[in-house]
Design a protein around this ligand. Structure first.
Ligand code: URA
Ligand code: CA
Length: 446
């Protein structure tokens, strides 16, 4: 006889009570083993969507999900291992910069990344636009690579958190993806299973993010930080602005180029700033510096003296890529044509909706519609004007990087999206704040 009846647990959640650790373990195990059918888990997910979960409940769910598969031990690598996770945005190039930057400070960085469905590829797709770069490492190879050069970026192994793969696919078709506790458990189970001691979470907020409103992003940040710290991993969550794309480049090879420029100290100010802030926290959690500001100051030096760029070269070489791309950007895949999108009137940019720019990049082939579709590494968009910038009528707002085979219809569609992403007013407009809030073990700052 089973310990519980699934029906009773659905009813309990539907009526607003919290499920216990044992009950959540029963549900997750039963689902993964095929003993509990999809329709019951769908009903449960919907009940969670409406009733929410306490922090403790979300932690129990996360732990039950972790127990559905293997976990990675990073004990063979000396030192405190800090991981970083972003909830995803448009042109979010941070991992490409942060991984070598933080490793340059002597902190081991083990990055498991996804490909993801989205406007552009994920971090793995971006790195694979570097000729020869391999992301398909076993756990042993990953650990060896980190011991050799202090940093490695690889794909998630299939054996981590199988419950999440099943559960996410179900949520996707039952309108229960955007439930804060389910998102938190999904992300945190994968992060905790990957073995880092401490975590810095970048919770994106705005039109280009999964969560559009500050309050939702703040709640997710609180819950993920609570789960991480509750699981004994020092966790900090920053809530950052994704109203407009980060940096200028949106597209796979274009973002690699942007990362190289940033590591040379020639990158866009917002991308550099976000990398320094997140990296400062990573150094602080790793015990390298006593506070995040000191971490940031150290990273500024490592950018300026070329150490961070050198670390990126080592990372590329160690994963069989051609590291001369860092000196000669023309070795990256390039689109044949550049098509500017011009402002129809002059003024100041007061809106640049990241979500629409992402859709435009996707229309050009930068992203993936389904798991099996191919991305086009060279295509994408560079935004020339951002919120607060002055524009003259006819100035290029953005440039589309297109292949000669890209159809006129797709180019037209992308151009329309870009034009609709921009708002231009006569009045000057401030540049938006980048870091909107912070949640750590000790408390919450809005
Ligand atoms: N990303 C995840 O990994 N899981 C979610 O549920 C949402 C975003
Ligand atoms: Ca970018």
């Amino acid at each position: 006889m089973d310990k519980f009846r699934t029906y009773d647990l659905i009813l309990k959640k539907r009526n607003g009570s919290a499920l216990s650790k044992d009950e959540l373990e029963y549900l997750v195990e039963g689902y993964v083993q095929g003993a509990i059918p999809d329709y019951q888990v769908s009903a449960l997910a919907m009940a969670v969507y409406f009733r929410g979960m306490s922090e403790e409940e979300a932690l129990f769910l996360t732990e039950a999900m972790i127990n559905s598969g293997e976990t990675i031990s990073l004990k063979a690598i000396p030192g405190i291992k800090v991981d970083k996770h972003s909830t995803g945005g448009v042109g979010d190039t941070t991992t490409l910069v942060l991984a070598p930057l933080v490793a340059a400070a002597g902190i081991p960085v083990v990055k498991l990344s996804g490909r993801g469905l989205g406007h552009t590829g994920g971090t793995l797709d971006k790195l694979e636009s570097i000729p020869g770069f391999q992301t398909d490492l076993s756990v042993e190879e990953l650990i060896r690579a980190v011991k050799q050069v202090g940093v490695a970026v690889a794909g998630q192994t299939k054996s981590l958190v199988p419950a999440d793969k099943m559960f996410y696919a179900l949520r996707d078709v039952t309108a229960t993806v955007d439930s804060i506790p389910l998102i938190a458990a999904s992300i945190m189970s994968k992060k905790l299973a990957a073995g880092a001691d401490s975590l810095v979470l970048d919770v994106k907020c705005g039109s280009g993010a999964f969560l559009k409103k500050y309050e939702q992003a703040y709640n997710l940040a609180c819950l993920m930080s609570g789960i991480g710290n509750g699981a004994g991993r020092d966790t900090v969550a920053l809530i950052t602005n994704m109203e407009q794309p980060l940096g200028r480049a949106v597209g796979n090879a274009l973002e690699v180029e942007e990362a190289i420029l940033t590591l040379r100290g020639e990158g866009p100010a917002d991308l550099e700033e976000l990398c320094l802030v997140l990296g400062g926290w990573m150094l602080c959690l790793a015990g390298k510096t006593s506070d995040p500001e000191a971490g940031k100051a150290l990273l500024e030096k490592l950018l300026a003296n070329g150490t961070a760029l050198k670390k990126f070269q080592q990372l590329i070489e160690n994963q069989y890529g051609d590291s001369t791309v860092t000196e000669d950007i023309s070795l990256l895949p390039r689109a044949e044509k550049k098509v500017p999108v011009q402002a129809v009137k002059g003024g100041y940019v007061n809106r640049l909706e990241a979500g629409l720019v992402g859709m435009a990049a996707n229309a050009l082939g930068a992203g993936r519609e389904t798991k099996d579709s191919k991305i086009e590494p060279a295509v994408g968009i560079t935004v020339e004007k951002k919120i607060g910038d002055r524009v003259g009528s006819g100035d290029a707002l953005a440039v589309m990087h297109v292949k000669s085979k890209t159809s006129a219809e797709h180019i037209y569609l992308a151009k329309k999206k870009i034009l609709s992403a921009y708002g231009i007013e006569d009045k000057p407009c401030m540049k938006p704040r980048l870091v909107l809030g912070l949640v750590d073990r000790k408390g919450r700052q809005v």
